[in-house]
Design a protein around this ligand. Structure first.
Ligand code: SF4
Ligand code: FES
Length: 259
């Protein structure tokens, strides 16, 4: 398959960026968006020109590193699909594909398609865990124990808790939201981490700390637009947000009475 490709190029956070035109020929239908970028970079190398900078690790929808806006949609137009799993057969042969980075105040561009997603990592940190981007798993900050990622391919599971574990920390929900809200991400993580917790007081502390961190990191408020749910590659639902709001109200009330 052959494509015209427009890619966002930007040297660093303070530089002006622009869409640059490329052409790619002879891609197989099963090639992914990342294969397309690899092919462009092979040609760039042959021409002694600067490659396109982009993030990736697992290429299996596990690690959440491939943060691409494809044809205007975080992770692209195919539902329940991370950028690394978005394949060329979804596009018309000969068409133009536009690839840009995730955009949000709290996710600054590092270079080209690479963004700094450390703000969402810090929300997780406020909940007591660290994300391991190379594997997609987590480390408990106190005990050092490792929580492995859930394998790809479980989107749509009816198990609420299992679904929460499928979040890949990609931040597409933030990039899709008009307010750049991280409410879906935060609520999913609160639910996931609290489902492993036995102490009620720890659960309360976690929901308050993670929401406070979310505000401090400059993410916007939730207005229930629903774009987050629509682009989430794991199909995680807005129900997590209402669940978290309930937990937050309960925890805040208890704190007031304890004072
Ligand atoms: S909730 Fe969905 S879109 Fe948001 S970080 Fe998790 S997997 Fe990505
Ligand atoms: S590279 Fe896409 S999720 Fe890991």
């Amino acid at each position: 398959m052959n494509f015209k490709v427009k890619i966002w190029k930007q040297k660093h956070i303070d530089a002006d960026g622009q869409l640059v035109d490329f052409e790619v020929d002879d891609l197989s239908e099963s090639a992914s968006t990342l294969d397309l970028l690899d092919k462009i970079n092979e040609t760039q190398k042959e021409k002694n020109e600067e490659p396109v900078a982009f993030d990736h690790a697992c290429r299996k929808a596990n690690c959440g590193q491939c943060s691409l806006v494809i044809n205007g949609i975080p992770h692209g137009p195919e539902p329940l699909t991370a950028s690394c799993q978005m394949t060329m057969d979804y596009f018309k042969n000969g068409s133009t594909i536009t690839i840009e980075p995730f955009r949000a105040k709290a996710l600054p561009i590092i270079q080209d398609l690479k963004v700094d997603r450390s703000a969402i990592t810090r929300i997780l940190g406020a909940g007591g865990f660290m994300h391991v981007p190379s594997t997609g798993g987590f480390i408990n900050k106190d005990s050092g124990s490792y929580l492995p990622p859930i394998p790809a391919g479980i989107a749509g599971s009816t198990d609420f808790r299992f679904n929460a574990s499928s979040c890949i920390n990609c931040a597409a929900c933030v990039a899709a939201c008009k307010n750049s809200s991280a409410m879906l991400y935060t609520s999913v993580k609160v639910f996931q981490l609290n489902s492993l917790e036995t102490e009620e007081s720890e659960k309360e502390k976690r929901v308050i700390n993670m929401l406070t961190s979310m505000d401090e990191e400059g993410f916007g408020n939730c207005s229930n637009y629903g774009e987050c749910e629509a682009v989430c590659p794991k199909g995680l639902s807005l129900n997590f947000i209402s669940e978290m709001n309930r937990e937050y109200a309960k925890a805040s009330l208890k704190q007031v009475f304890r004072k």
